[in-house]
Design a protein. Structure first.
Lengths: 72, 279
């Protein structure tokens, strides 16, 4: 199936969860990311149980501290 | 407020704009903006707001100017090394525009002083560089009902959004709490392109000016994401989060507190950055 991640089209196996998407997308520090699914911020606790559907739009929103001394 | 001859000349390029005019310039002169952090983001914001004739500008920062700041904190210069940032910055702002009343706070913004300080201002610019401070600004602005501009920068990326507390998506709608300390592996070496602070700080100043003038569309309910290498700006639409611990339906944060554990950087770098609020 095709979904969009940060406005880019991504091809994924059916029934991919948000947790799996974070792995596939090589997000090294999932704790540094908030996930928005189709315009709504997802509760972190729901990453595991939320399964993506074709056409979904996902945004990874990163914590950004400010001075370049915060995150890798 | 009647503008003097000198003010009419100084602000002529504003006044000639139909959206600003003499009335708008008078609004700016009556406006009060607080800048938290006289660092990378705060530097350009402070310079432009002073130049624009924002009548009262507050600047809070507990730090002194360090050599490694000068790559991006353009309000400070080499002869300022070791001087309190607030003093260094307000000196430049006064030189640009003696019209502006400047309030320097050479201290940290804390849960104890935030609401008192914020109370005197119309708009707040978050120019801090660490998560406890960013959350404190977001929370304090919520409780004081002060609109604010959030921004963050890292490496070649930046992001910013404007928040009207109680009305638009807030920082905690997106990031409910600071990241867990163990989540951030390396903090001292990530680096940042200095000019990135200028790009984002100028956007923050633009938002403050638009707010004071009541013109245009503020950067609310969207996160503006910028990548300098791709030279791309992208708008991520946001909605308020009903589960937001600050502004949601059942908020769990009901009073202003300092975020307790200093995150990642402070723990791993042995507290090196604990007293820094600038970017």
């Amino acid at each position: 199936m095709k979904i969009k991640v940060n406005d880019k089209e991504v091809e994924l196996p059916d029934n991919t969860s948000i947790t799996e998407l974070l792995v596939v997308q090589n997000v090294k520090m999932p704790d540094m990311v908030s996930v928005e699914l189709n315009g709504e911020i997802l509760d972190r606790k729901a990453f595991e149980t939320t399964v993506l559907k074709p056409g979904d739009k996902v945004e990874f929103l990163y914590f950004m501290g400010g001075g370049g001394e915060i995150a890798d | 407020m009647n503008l003097t001859e000198e003010q009419i000349e100084r602000y002529s390029r504003h006044i000639i704009l139909p959206e600003v005019g003499g009335k708008g310039q008078a609004k700016l002169l009556a406006g009060k903006v607080l800048i938290v952090g006289a660092g990378g983001l705060g530097s350009p914001a402070a310079l432009y707001l002073a130049a624009a004739g924002v009548g009262t500008i507050g600047l809070i920062d507990a730090d002194a100017v360090d050599l490694s700041n000068l790559q991006r904190q353009i309000i400070h210069a080499t002869p300022d090394l070791g001087r309190p940032k607030v003093e260094s910055a307000t000196g430049k702002m006064r030189a640009i525009n003696p019209d502006v009343a400047l309030n320097g706070y050479p201290e940290r913004l804390t849960a104890a002083n935030a609401l008192t300080i914020l109370g005197d201002y119309d708009f707040v610019i978050d120019g801090t560089d660490n998560f406890p401070s960013k959350f404190l600004v977001a929370d304090a602005c919520h409780f004081a009902r002060k609109p604010y501009s959030h921004a963050g920068i890292l490496r070649f990326d930046g992001q910013t959004m404007t928040v009207i507390p109680g009305k638009t998506t807030c920082y905690r709608c997106i990031f409910s709490a600071p990241p867990p300390a163990g989540a951030v592996p390396s903090c001292s070496q990530a680096g940042v392109l200095g000019v990135l602070a200028g790009v984002l700080g100028c956007i923050q100043a633009t938002e403050a000016i638009k707010f004071l003038l009541s013109i245009g569309d503020l950067l609310t309910n969207r996160l503006l994401v910028y990548n300098a290498l791709k030279m791309k700006f992208r708008d991520v639409p946001l909605r308020r989060n009903r589960q937001c611990p600050l502004c949601g339906e059942h908020p769990s944060i009901i009073e202003l507190r300092d975020e307790e554990a200093p995150v990642a950087c402070d723990l791993r770098a042995g507290g090196r950055h604990t007293d820094r609020q600038e970017s």
